[in-house]
Write a protein that binds this ligand. Structure first.
Ligand SMILES: Cc1cc2nc3c(=O)[nH]c(=O)nc-3n(C[C@H](O)[C@H](O)[C@H](O)COP(=O)(O)OP(=O)(O)OC[C@H]3O[C@@H](n4cnc5c(N)ncnc54)[C@H](O)[C@@H]3O)c2cc1C
Length: 392
């Protein structure tokens, strides 16, 4: 086999799809079954937005949107709905200012409007003094569960094979290439190249596999996260996804995603209107602890009150809402919140540390990874994402 991918989350599955499309033989192993709701890639929605502080990520998000459209065309599945997006923040706060600057520098379609104008456009928003809104049409929601199964199906159609419920205990290297120790001597898995896409399990596998001999250990903090679902007492009209930037009052960013089937069909896609948004997914960009992804803590792991209170400052309708449930999911966070996408040498590839914002990029990262694995270079802008940036 040319390439073996460890991990069938959205990243590993996307790498396998592109490697197979480019004509190489590829297998994927995952410790769980295809329907497992573990790790980072399961759930109803993931946001796609271009509003990044770092222009490289904004540009990559646009490339990713193009690849999601390719994914939709190839599969016939609707995966992405452009809802538009609003970043809310205080002008003068670092993350909001840097985002506005990037969007302006890249000449992305946007409007920066003050709180009262924002409230005119979205009557259910109430913006405290000092806050502004960065409004963009370039944002939308991915149907995460369908996106994952679709990419796996495309990988399979292109010739990739998936081996489920196969935990890799250790990765070994010899003169002939790589061998995965899966605890069964009768069934060694061998390949010329190996791509590690093990999400929050990455550091553990590296620690158990001295043959990987990385120049520096990936500094990945594993955080258990708990986005909640709030059912609103009355529906909201024309709901974009939005992100409330951190500031002196609240240290974490807060993302809010209208849930499908309960919302307006969108600002960019001419579409049907339904009865408005009744269910919001709300999450803190961050999580609790440095925890073991194999044994998540039973939730709720935190008091959701402060998060709801923060949101209620901007969306008063949340106050009368009911928390209907929560997801348990893991972030693999690096110190700079950036990804690790790197050809290490000797046929080893690392795709990890997606820091709670990697889903939207999956098909373009898969493409870049496949090009790096098979051709040694890529035109996609992932050169700032190497592991070596963490070497002291
Ligand atoms: C609550 C939450 C909200 C998010 N919201 C957004 C968003 O709005 N927009 C966005 O772009 N991103 C978002 N993200 C981030 C995004 O979902 C992740 O970056 C992405 O899913 C990471 O995928 P992955 O494939 O790297 O990891 P995973 O999905 O965790 O996949 C890793 C896979 O590797 C397998 N594996 C690990 N070790 C082994 C082993 N030893 N042997 C065999 N198999 C192994 C695991 O079983 C797992 O299936 C969010 C994440 C969370 C948790």
């Amino acid at each position: 086999m040319d390439v073996i991918v460890i991990g069938a989350g959205i990243i590993g599955s996307s790498i396998a799809w592109h490697v197979a499309e480019m004509g190489a033989t590829v297998g994927v192993v995952d410790q769980y079954g295809a329907g497992a709701r573990r790790g980072s890639s399961h759930g109803a929605t993931r946001g796609l937005r271009y509003s990044y502080e770092d222009p490289a990520y904004a540009r990559l998000a646009m490339e990713a949107e193009t690849w999601w459209r390719v994914t939709e065309r190839r599969s016939g599945q609707r995966l992405l709905r452009m809802t538009g997006g609003v970043d809310i923040g205080v002008v003068g706060s670092p993350s909001f200012d840097a985002t506005v600057q990037t969007v302006a520098d890249l000449a992305l379609e946007h409007r920066l409007i003050g709180g009262s104008d924002l409230a005119c456009e979205f009557p259910w928003i109430s913006v405290p003094d000092g806050y502004s809104g960065l409004v963009q049409t370039g944002a939308g929601l991915l149907d995460a569960d369908t996106a994952l199964s679709t990419i796996r199906a495309l990988a399979g159609d292109a010739g990739a094979t998936f081996q489920w419920e196969t935990a890799v205990e250790r990765v070994r290297r010899d003169d002939a290439g790589w061998e995965l120790d899966i605890g069964r001597a009768d069934a060694p898995i061998r390949a010329h190249r190996v791509a590690l896409a093990a999400g929050p399990w990455t550091s553990g596998l590296i620690e158990r596999s001295p043959d990987l001999s990385l120049p520096v250990l990936p500094p990945i903090a594993v955080l258990q996260c708990e986005p909640i679902y709030v059912e609103l007492a009355r529906p909201l009209d024309a709901t974009p996804l939005f992100y409330i930037h951190p500031d002196a009052e609240y240290a974490d960013g807060l993302y809010v995603q209208p849930q499908p089937g309960t919302r307006d069909a969108g600002t960019r896609d001419a579409g049907t209107r339904d009865a408005g948004t009744r269910l919001l997914k709300i999450g803190r960009h961050g999580g609790a602890g440095h925890l073991d992804p194999t044994n998540p803590l039973p939730g709720p792991i935190e008091d959701h009150g402060p998060m709801v209170d923060r949101l209620a400052q901007f969306v008063p309708a949340v106050e009368g809402g009911r928390v209907r449930g929560f997801d348990t999911c893991f972030y693999s966070t690096t110190p700079d919140d950036g990804f690790i996408i790197d050809s290490i040498g000797g046929g080893l590839f690392l795709a990890a540390g997606f820091s709670g914002h990697g889903f939207k990029f999956a098909p373009v990262i898969g493409r870049a990874a496949a090009e790096l694995l098979l051709e040694g270079e890529t035109a996609y802008e992932v050169d700032g994402m190497t592991l070596s940036r963490f070497a002291v």
